[in-house]
Write a protein that binds this ligand. Structure first.
Ligand SMILES: *[C@@H]1O[C@H](CO)[C@@H](O)[C@H](O)[C@H]1NC(C)=O
Ligand SMILES: *[C@@H]1O[C@H](CO)[C@@H](O)[C@H](O)[C@H]1NC(C)=O
Length: 206
């Protein structure tokens, strides 16, 4: 009888925490969605286009701007990044010829400033981390030591979105329907190889 009772308590607690965690991520006040599109495979990984959308009406991200970080699940490195930079290079001593932009296990991305040279820009980048309601911010990464197929590429985990004086909570990365892109002349449609989404919601002002 006593064990039945404790089993019921555990079940109640599990149900309760499941409700609160899924509820926390479907917020009427909107969210920040981070979309990670795998655009092409490379000899040791892939090129990804990453975009953060501010789907919030009330919360604008102001200077010094957003930061996005995550944790790799394997030994991934970032060969190069356009439209943003990684705050730390980390230990790339195992590389002899080409040196990656970053070898850290938990990279943090910050935006570039307006006025960045055109050859270091992608569309919707370089706004000094400012992300107004309804707008988006993008950067492009070349990831190495990563899988080179849909079966072997691994989603990064533990996403953290930070903004000045605001705290966010991010959900898990999800493998979603690949994004379809339309060319500027609207005459050709392409599809991402894979797309991973992460949703972050405003938690509190700090
Ligand atoms: C995030 O906000 C967008 C726009 O309001 C909405 O379409 C989407 O469903 C939201 N995502 C989640 C996981 O609630
Ligand atoms: C992933 O995020 C993008 C950008 O917000 C959105 O258009 C797409 O519907 C999302 N996919 C899913 C399955 O939520």
């Amino acid at each position: 009888m006593e064990s039945l009772f404790s089993a019921m308590i555990v079940l109640l607690l599990v149900t309760f925490s499941w409700f609160t965690s899924s509820e926390a991520l479907t917020n009427n006040n909107g969210n920040i969605t981070i979309k990670w599109d795998l655009m092409s495979w490379t000899p040791d990984g892939y090129v990804a286009a990453v975009t953060a959308y501010n789907y919030q009406k009330q919360h604008s991200i102001t200077r010094p701007g957003w930061k996005i970080s995550w944790k790799w699940t394997k030994k991934e490195v970032i060969w190069s990044i356009i439209g943003a930079r990684i705050t730390e290079q980390g230990d790339c001593s195992m590389f002899k010829d080409n040196i990656p932009h970053s070898c850290v296990h938990k990279p943090t991305v910050v935006d570039l400033l307006p006025g960045t040279p055109y050859n270091q820009q992608v569309a919707n980048c370089c706004k000094g981390g400012v992300l107004k309601p309804g707008l988006e911010s993008s950067f492009q990464l070349s990831v190495g030591n990563a899988g080179t197929s849909k079966r072997t590429a691994r989603m990064p985990v533990n996403f953290v979105f930070t903004a000045p004086k605001q705290q966010y909570i991010c959900g898990p990365s999800k493998n979603v329907r690949p994004t379809r892109f339309i060319t500027a002349d609207k005459r050709r449609m392409t599809t991402a190889l894979m797309t991973w989404n992460v949703t972050c919601v405003f938690y509190k002002a700090t």
